[in-house]
Design a protein around this ligand. Structure first.
Ligand code: NAD
Length: 498
């Protein structure tokens, strides 16, 4: 069986130590082993990045961007192969895998604008014959730690931008589906990136801790579950590093009585069950304002959930594949069991699903709960599976209170024809990304992505303009050139234009 190796200094490196199984979740078979980096391997990647940094930071931004132009072309040429790799190890459908790659490529396109986004700010005659400017300089060696659910897109949120800003990058992808992530990094080297600028080390807590503890690593970007985000934020900032740590979610969709129901139902089907609910922007709670819209919604959802086409992710034309591991499937099932015990009404039960010819895959059918209440665990916690909960409320104000009281604040949306309600919702909802009749309001690459509350730790959101700020340090420079041979008297008052 092949062992997935690290990519350090452009070379594939296997270490003798620990490995982990990589599964095809559609069949339950182990298809690869992945090498788990020990501290020495991580340190090797850090040393290589540290050595590459002085030359890379001096490379003109336009030249750095040219690598990204070539990288974009290679990604597009290899789209089908990458989608297949994602689907085989993650289980999401080929169409969904292609979609995540395309959204990732948008971040490469943004990075291609490096000369423009790094122009800095300039003020002539800030004082008499004094010019002042701000320069945005790279922070140095940066590490990224990414989750299993977007093995292509989430790493692409990070390193194209970090690298065009002049940093060297070490990526620690999820050990559960590392092949596509590694292959994409190989394409970046093929695009002409100097080899030490980007390395990939596979691993688990040991590798992550080595990155956190290394003084050479100046910044950490993390995306994953909230407990690990909190850990990385606390440990990284304690050591004086910049950290942006994006965590988990519980995303609510509000259905107003005047919602365009057919479109809202289609939107909810995709947002709740697409990728088997394993998206940090998945809608997992539908908050219905009034019983009438709740009853009408359920009538329309039930037949569609029962008709979901579920099978091996690598087949085409499906709606949903399996969950990532057997253990995760059992955890999601456990939530469904508990929801029933706590008194929620299980309207559609996907627990008995069998997929012919894939009996050992980690499948679970779509589940729908009605009459969920805020104290239930299925409401409070992130389930990360194909489970949609309906909560009934009497007013928009109640719906908003519910959302604002939740510990997570990643994404939310409202379905309505009422502009006044939508505007109030956008103004006052305590969530970082908001959709109006848009179920998955994932910002485009030239905005920035991030939640509020326990969905993000750190001050800046990921990618886009916030990403540029995160991966650069401002240096403010003030300059004057006194006339040659002039002799100016010492000035003891604080200099000003007054
Ligand atoms: P995870 O937290 O288990 O793993 C994320 C990364 O952390 C992986 O690279 C993993 O190897 C590493 N890791 C795991 N345990 C660790 C430990 N004890 N110490 C140090 N590192 C550790 O998350 P996951 O299951 O891969 O991904 C799903 C989670 O990610 C969900 O909670 C989802 O909401 C979240 N997510 C959030 C966003 C966002 O933008 N907010 C995007 C995608 C996923």
């Amino acid at each position: 069986m092949s062992i997935i190796q690290h990519l350090i200094n452009g070379e594939h490196i296997a270490t003798a130590g620990r490995t982990a199984d990589v599964f095809n979740p559609s069949t339950g078979e182990v298809i690869h082993q992945v090498s788990l980096a020990d501290r020495a391997t991580v340190q090797h990647a850090i040393d290589v990045a540290t050595a590459a940094f002085p030359a890379w930071r001096k490379t003109p931004a336009a030249k750095r961007a040219q690598v990204m132009f070539r990288f974009k072309q290679l990604l597009e040429q290899n789209e089908a192969k990458i989608a297949q790799m994602i689907s085989e190890e993650h289980g999401k459908t080929i169409e969904d895998a292609t979609g995540e790659l395309k959204r990732g490529i948008e971040n490469v396109e943004f990075a291609c604008a490096a000369p423009e986004i790094l122009k800095g700010e300039y003020s002539r005659n800030a004082g008499p014959n004094i010019d002042a400017w701000s320069d945005f300089q790279p922070v140095g060696v940066v590490a990224g730690i990414t989750p299993f659910n977007f093995p292509a897109m989430v790493p692409l949120w990070m390193y194209p931008l970090a690298i065009v800003c002049g940093n060297c990058f070490i990526l620690k992808p999820s050990e559960r589906d590392p092949s596509s992530t590694l292959y994409i990094a190989e394409l970046l080297i093929e695009a002409g990136l100097p080899k030490g600028v980007m390395s990939v080390v596979h691993g688990d807590k040991e590798a992550v801790d080595a990155l956190i503890e290394a003084p050479e690593v100046k910044a950490l970007s993390f995306v994953g579950s909230t407990p690990i985000a909190e850990y990385i934020y606390a440990e990284g900032t304690k050591r004086g590093k910049r950290v942006q740590a994006l965590g988990g979610a519980k995303n609510h969709a509000v259905l107003m009585p005047d919602a365009d129901l057919n479109n809202a139902v289609s939107a909810l089907m995709g947002a709740a069950y697409g990728s088997c609910g394993e998206r940090c922007m998945a809608i997992s709670v539908a908050v219905c304002v009034g019983d009438q819209i709740a009853d009408a919604l359920i009538d329309k959802l039930v037949p569609q959930i029962q008709a979901l086409k579920i099978g091996a992710g690598t087949s085409c034309g499906l709606d949903m594949g399996p969950l990532i591991t057997g253990a995760h499937r059992d955890k999601v099932k456990g939530y469904v069991d508990e929801g029933v015990e706590s008194g929620a009404e299980l309207v559609v039960d996907g627990r008995g699903l069998q997929v012919t010819n894939n009996e050992n895959g980690y499948f679970l059918g779509g589940c729908l709960f009605d009459r969920v209440t805020p104290e239930m665990r299925i409401y409070k916690e992130e389930i990360f599976g194909p489970v949609l909960c309906i909560v009934r409320v009497a007013s928009l104000e109640q719906a908003m209170q519910l959302i604002n009281d939740h510990e997570y604040g990643n994404g939310t949306c409202i379905f309505t024809r009422d502009g006044e309600a939508a505007r109030l919702f956008c103004d006052e909802i305590e969530v970082g990304m908001v959709g109006v009749n848009v179920p998955l309001p994932v910002p485009v690459a030239y905005h920035s992505f991030g939640g509020w509350k326990r969905s993000l730790f750190g001050d800046l959101h990921a990618y886009g303009p916030d990403g540029v700020r995160f991966y650069t340090r401002r240096k403010a420079i003030t300059q004057r050139w006194p006339q040659r041979a002039s002799h100016e008297a010492a000035q003891f008052a604080f200099p000003s234009n007054g």
